[in-house]
Design a protein around this ligand. Structure first.
Ligand code: HEC
Length: 135
């Protein structure tokens, strides 16, 4: 008999737990649709085009076109021209220092400034490539 009581009380606890868990689930879906219909229509559309545009910068292509001649197709540098541009070679330079170098160039070297030729988005994408992506 004790066993039966034990099983029965387990069942009761189980039912209580299930109904306790089920209760908030029933009330929860009711709330979000109310707020969603108020917020959704306007902001969602402008946000979606923003992401593809940002990620549409093809840093590898930019590098090949603008930097590879001096820094090497595999970013290992070219003797007499440009230094290597790899996570290893740039590890001691902050993103800001690299950005300034790309924008302004380095006086008295072949490294010219790219301000006005490349957008800040393109330069940031190049920094992501040369500093954070192994060649
Ligand atoms: C005409 C050749 C030339 C081109 C093109 C060129 N660079 Fe350079 N770059 C150099 C030289 C030379 C140096 C080294 C200057 C020095 O002696 O400190 C340099 C240095 C750098 C540095 C600093 C590296 C360090 O370790 O201090 C960065 C970053 C850099 N270039 C990025 C770029 C990027 C990005 C591009 C393409 C948008 C580019 N460079 C295009 C010649 C070039």
């Amino acid at each position: 008999m004790k066993k039966v009581m034990f099983v029965v009380s387990l069942l009761v606890i189980g039912v209580l737990l299930v109904s306790a868990c089920a209760a908030p689930k029933e009330t929860a879906p009711a709330a979000p649709p109310a707020t969603k219909t108020e917020v959704a229509p306007a902001p969602v559309t402008p946000v979606i085009p923003a992401a593809p545009v940002a990620s549409a910068v093809d840093a590898k292509k930019l590098y090949d076109t603008n930097c590879a001649a001096c820094h090497g197709p595999n970013r290992q540098g070219v003797t007499g021209l440009g230094k290597p541009l790899t996570p290893e070679s740039l590890s001691l330079l902050s993103d800001d220092v690299i950005r300034t170098t790309i924008l302004n160039g380095k006086p008295n070297t072949l490294m010219l400034g790219w301000e006005g030729r490349l957008s800040i988005e393109q330069i940031n994408a190049l920094i992501q490539l040369i500093k954070y992506t192994p060649p």
